[in-house]
Write a protein that binds this ligand. Structure first.
Ligand SMILES: Nc1ncnc2c1ncn2[C@@H]1O[C@H](COP(=O)(O)OP(=O)(O)O)[C@@H](O)[C@H]1O
Ligand SMILES: [Mg+2]
Length: 1136
């Protein structure tokens, strides 16, 4: 069951100021303070919500709170901004009434926060779904973007909105958001160029410099250093609790969500950078011939960079800062600007650039959040606009004047609508309307906005007037025209009563606003109203290539030169306020009045004077008065009856019948005076809060009685229940106990019975046992006797059996022997038989094997045998050839592997021969020509001597050196050498055998191609030189000696000297060479070589026989020659 609650429950002070008693300013503030101290920051005045800024986060905005306030009636729960938001949203959704939520209060009072709370509440309770959520997200994310560009840190508020904002949120018939439209009012653009002490420029400048990446900053030609920019105040660049870098990321993200393209974001940042650059441009005077100073740009670097950012030709802008074109009567004139004018032009450009960028942002956001569907919308407008502003210290100027004018207008419709609502309710409820006295501020609005003689109209007139116009001429005009107005005060007024008012300086005028008197200093009014931007500058801007500039400066289009002045700031503002008011009047208003409790922006401090000031100018007490002028309190009959029905027996506990009758009965019963209330159609109206509180008091007393009654009944019920429970328990306990006792008794009887039973059974058993024992004993006696008798019988039988057995054993031994003999004989026979059988089995197995092989051969595949054979042969051959690899390549090597298989015999010997021939050929192939000649000689030697002379084998291994004497080199033989006409083929030492004694004398033996020479060994003198053709033959023995005879042709020239018998160690070589010369020379015959052990030698006249004997007397190792007689020389050769 839903619990019915009321605002009146657990109130701290009064939750609705309408119930305040007594009502005056002090009690009003006391109530606010009391509630503020108890963290109750919201208080109602009827349906208006007063919100105190707590300056700290309270746990009252949780999703649970949203649920709590969702779909509840306004007065049901303690005051909350959610109650107002819920009421507004539900009447929009259910009753199809467009709503507006008007939030007012001074700077820092929490208006922007309140507007965000309302929006977030509505977002939380309205429909859900992908599309709807996207719309909600876009609407909510438009806030951070606008705050970055339109908010700044001020003395009063670290996040102060420097523009007015009105946002229409559009819903469909179901109450789902479709989109929105934002309008902005009067951005405080003077802040771009100059900020009051302790305040900052707009957040975006600081956010950009702290949060942008290095890359971006380079692109924007910026430095991450606030101090480099003239437009940024330094003293409060860093604000506690504000993280500019993080905010920058939030803003970029929000822009993305709202739907800004990356390029658009870039363009926007470029303009922001351009404004910063613009602030750094400085001017210096340059004297001209005509004596005037003309301004020149001091350092052109910033100008250059700014022009690059915006895509402006530098010279154009430079010129626009030095000259100005004035057009009058179709004539163009160019005048120079002095330094002050140049600075004015620069700042005007910066302000215009920034404020137009801001308006462009609003337009761009509107494009994104615009509702798509064309169906009829329901609208909830949220107005977050600057509150009434009065500076005590600073001078109030044009801006404050405009702001206060706006607040006057709001106050006007507030009163109008409150009264209208009140009146409408009375009519609806059919209650007599009593006229309410209140101050109507229409007269002040008229003072400001009247088209003929309003202050704004006069300011415009003054601005457009030809001739010199100053702020003072404007004040003069005011003094003459507004003199009679009750709310206008000025020192130089015709109204003499201010002449001596020293609180009113000469250059000021004062207006009595509904919220108090405000003194305005007239300085700057004309300029600010004109809001002049030289045409040269706007034309220069229009020429820029930057994508946004044409949209921002459309008046710079030379094609649309318009000589008419643009509308003034005041005019524009008045117009937009007019539109806003018209818009608000068509909607059902909901008010949130924000109050700030202290000037220090801290929690828990409540400054009475400050709050009093705000309460006064917001006209809150007045508001309460209006609200309760007729009847202070009203309540639907149902809830009234529900709340107070306990005060009357007839209505308690239930009233069956219409609620209205119930309330009537109730009030009569309570004897409330009849003039204190009136019966409406659905509501009871109570004139005095006191009456309500009396009712409340009685209700509380009654509730106490009722509580006692409830307590009494509850106690009785509780005791009785307890008693019944005890009783019930007692029965259960008794039953359990009885059962237990009976159980015990039964157990006892049962066990006694068992004892008796066992005794009887025991006695019976013993009797039977005795009987049985007797019978058993009789049986045993009989058995014993029988046993003895059987024993005797058995022994006799045993004896007989034993003799019988002894006989039987003898027989069986004999039998066994005989059996044994028989068995051995049998065994022998069996063994013989088995051996024979084994032999047969083996033969049989062989025969079977043979048969099987024969049989099996049939199944062999026809050419498998051949293949296996081939393979085997191949393998054998392979192995064989690999085995041959071990033989060496030396021709001397005689080794050859043994033949591995008989069938290879022929091939093996052939192969050995072939291989030997081949390696010989290889060996020969390596020979050089000389070596070949040597070998040829050796070959020849072998042909001559092999197996013919015993000396030969020992010469085989000796190389044929030829020149043993080294005749060419040895100086000893130089003479001899030069005597030789041809190349010496052989030179050696030989022994010439003397015929007389057979002794040898040493001689040098030289051989050339054509002759041989014998020379003295010591002198080298030639003893004999014989041409080879004269040589007939050579004789040698068959033995191993070195003797040889050179026989000359008979009749030749040399023959006269006789033959030579010589001996040499190199006999084989000498003879071979001689023979070789013979074979190669074409002109003579071959030299004969006789090999025999006896030959004749012709010494001069006689022939002497030389005979060789083997194994003569040992005389060293060499052969010795002896003369035997005149005709015989004997040579004995040692046996080998
Ligand atoms: N309901 C609130 N709860 C907590 N802090 C608040 C609340 N309302 C305002 N504030 C604090 O006060 C500051 C100023 O509020 P703001 O809404 O910006 O003032 P205004 O828009 O009226 O100038 C906020 O930055 C916030 O710190
Ligand atoms: Mg604000």
């Amino acid at each position: 069951m839903e619990v019915k609650t009321s605002l009146l429950d657990n109130m701290i002070g009064v939750g609705d100021m309408v119930l305040l008693e007594p009502l005056n300013e002090d009690s009003f503030i006391m109530n606010l303070r009391n509630r503020f101290d108890h963290n109750e920051i919201y208080t109602y005045i009827g349906s208006v919500v007063i919100s105190m800024n707590p300056y700290r986060s309270l746990p009252i905005y949780t999703p649970q709170k949203v649920e709590e306030y969702r779909n509840r009636n306004f007065y049901e729960l303690s005051p909350h901004i959610y109650a107002l938001a819920d009421e507004a949203y539900r009447s929009l959704r259910d009753q199809d009434k467009d709503q507006c939520i008007l939030i007012t209060g001074e700077s820092g009072a929490g208006k922007t926060e309140a507007s965000k709370l309302v929006m977030s509440y509505v977002a939380a309770v309205c429909g859900k779904g992908q599309e709807v959520n996207k719309v909600k997200e876009q609407l909510l994310q438009s806030n951070p973007v606008l705050e970055a560009f339109g908010n700044a840190k001020t003395m009063r508020n670290d996040n102060s909105s420097r523009f007015g904002k009105y946002m229409d949120i559009e819903f469909d018939f179901k109450g789902d958001p479709l989109g929105g439209v934002i309008s902005n009012y009067l951005l405080e653009k003077s802040r771009v160029c100059k900020q009051p002490r302790g305040e900052r420029n707009f957040h975006i400048f600081y956010q950009l410099l702290s949060g942008a990446s290095d890359d971006t900053l380079v692109k924007l030609k910026l430095d991450r250093d606030f101090s480099k920019y003239n437009y940024l105040s330094l003293d409060s660049a860093n604000v506690n609790g504000l993280d500019d870098a993080a905010s920058f990321r939030t803003v970029r993200n929000a822009m993305q969500i709202v739907g800004f393209m990356e390029a658009e974001v870039q363009s926007v940042l470029e303009l922001v950078a351009a404004v910063l650059k613009l602030g750094n441009i400085e001017f210096k005077p340059e004297s001209r011939v005509n004596g005037f100073d003309e301004s020149r740009v001091k350092d052109k670097n910033d100008l250059k960079e700014m022009c690059e950012l915006l895509g402006i030709e530098q010279s154009v802008l430079e010129r626009a800062f030095s000259y100005r074109t004035v057009e009058a009567k179709m004539e163009k004139m160019s005048t120079t600007l002095n330094v002050a004018q140049a600075y004015y032009a620069r700042d005007a450009l910066a302000k215009n650039l920034y404020s137009r960028l801001f308006s462009w942002l609003v337009t761009r956001i509107n494009e994104s959040i615009k509702a798509q569907a064309k169906t009829r919308h329901k609208v909830m407008g949220v107005l977050d606009i600057y509150g009434f502003e009065i500076f005590e210290v600073r001078d109030n100027s044009f801006e404050q004047f405009i702001i206060n004018y706006c607040n006057e207008k709001l106050q006007q419709i507030f009163i109008e609508l409150t009264l209208r609502e009140e009146q409408e309710e009375y009519i609806r409820e059919d209650i007599e309307w009593t006229n309410i006295e209140y101050f109507n501020n229409a007269v002040i609005c008229d003072l400001i906005e009247n088209n003929q003689n309003g202050i704004l109209a006069m300011l415009d007139e003054e601005c457009l007037r030809p001739g010199t116009v100053t702020d003072d001429t404007f004040l003069d005009k005011l003094n003459t025209i507004c003199a009679e107005h009750q709310h206008f005060e000025s020192r130089l007024n015709k109204n003499s009563k201010f002449l001596t008012d020293h609180s009113l300086p000469h250059s000021c005028f004062r207006i009595q606003h509904y919220a108090g008197k405000v003194l305005y200093r007239v300085e700057g009014f004309v300029d600010k109203n004109n809001d002049l931007l030289y045409r040269d500058l706007s034309q220069a801007m229009y020429k820029a290539t930057h994508s946004l500039m044409r949209q921002l400066f459309p008046e710079g289009n030379p094609a649309k030169v318009n000589l008419k002045r643009p509308p003034t700031a005041g005019f524009q503002f008045k117009a937009s306020v007019g539109v806003l008011m018209k818009n608000l009047q068509t909607k059902n208003p909901n008010y949130i009045r924000c109050i700030k409790p202290n000037d220090k922006k801290v929690a828990h401090i409540f400054t009475d004077s400050l709050v009093c000031h705000q309460v006064r100018y917001l006209g809150l007490v007045e508001n309460v008065r209006v609200r309760r002028a007729g009847y202070a309190f009203r309540q639907p009959y149902e809830s009234c009856l529900e709340r107070y029905k306990m005060l009357c027996k007839k209505t308690w506990p239930h009233w069956r019948g219409p609620a209205r009758d119930g309330v009537e009965v109730l009030l009569t019963d309570c004897s409330v005076p009849t003039e204190e209330f009136a019966y409406g159609r659905s509501k009871i109206f109570i004139r005095n809060p006191r009456t309500l509180f009396t009712l409340e008091e009685r209700r509380r007393a009654c509730l106490e009685d009722l509580a006692t009654l409830i307590q009494k009944i509850y106690r009785g019920w509780k005791s009785r229940t307890h008693f019944l429970l005890l009783k019930k328990s007692q029965v259960v306990v008794a039953a359990w106990y009885r059962r237990y006792a009976q159980q015990n008794k039964y157990q006892k009887i049962k066990s006694a019975t068992l004892v008796m039973q066992s005794f009887i059974r025991g006695w019976k058993a013993r009797n039977i046992l005795r009987q049985l024992k007797y019978e058993k004993r009789c049986k045993e006696a009989v058995t014993t006797i029988a046993a003895y008798w059987h024993g005797t019988q058995a022994r006799m039988e045993l004896r007989r059996l034993k003799t019988e057995a002894r006989n039987k054993r003898a027989v069986s031994v004999i039998w066994a022997y005989w059996q044994g003999t028989k068995a051995r004989r049998e065994l022998r026979r069996l063994k013989e038989e088995a051996r024979r059988k084994h032999a047969v089995a083996i033969i049989w197995a062989y025969w079977l094997g043979l048969q099987v092989r024969r049989e099996y051969r049939k199944f062999f595949r026809a050419n498998a045998g051949k293949k296996i054979y081939d393979f085997t042969i191949q393998r054998i051959m392979q192995k064989y050839f690999l085995g041959l690899k071990t033989t060496t390549m030396s021709p001397m090597d005689n080794s050859w592997p043994a033949k591995p298989y008989g069938f290879l015999e022929g091939a093996h010997t052939q192969l050995r021969r072939i291989f030997h021939l081949w390696r010989c050929k290889k060996y020969r192939g390596q020979f050089t020509e000389e070596k070949k000649a040597v070998y040829e000689e050796k070959l020849e030697a072998s042909e001559i001597f092999k197996d013919k002379k015993a000396l030969y084998p020992s010469s085989v291994s000796q190389p044929f050196k030829g020149d043993y004497l080294e005749i060419q080199k040895n100086p000893k033989y130089q003479k001899l050498n030069s005597a030789m006409e041809e190349k010496v083929l052989l030179a050696d030492l030989v022994n010439k055998i003397n015929r007389a004694n057979g002794k040898g004398s040493p001689r040098l033996f030289l051989l050339t191609k054509s002759n041989f020479v014998l020379a003295d060994q010591k002198t080298g003198q030639v003893k004999a030189s014989v041409p080879l053709p004269d040589l007939a033959s050579v004789s040698v023995s068959t033995q191993s000696d070195g003797f040889f005879a050179l026989k000359l042709k008979e009749g030749s020239a040399s023959a006269s000297k006789g033959d030579f018998l010589l001996s040499s160690e190199h006999l084989i070589e000498i003879i071979t060479k001689l023979h070789r010369i013979g074979t190669t020379a074409a002109d003579r015959d071959q030299i004969n070589i006789d090999i025999s052990d006896e030959f004749l030698v012709q010494f001069k006249q006689d022939k002497v026989c030389v005979k060789f004997i083997q194994g003569g007397p040992k005389n060293g190792n060499s052969a010795a020659c002896k003369r035997k007689n005149n005709r015989l020389l004997e040579v004995s050769v040692p046996s080998p």
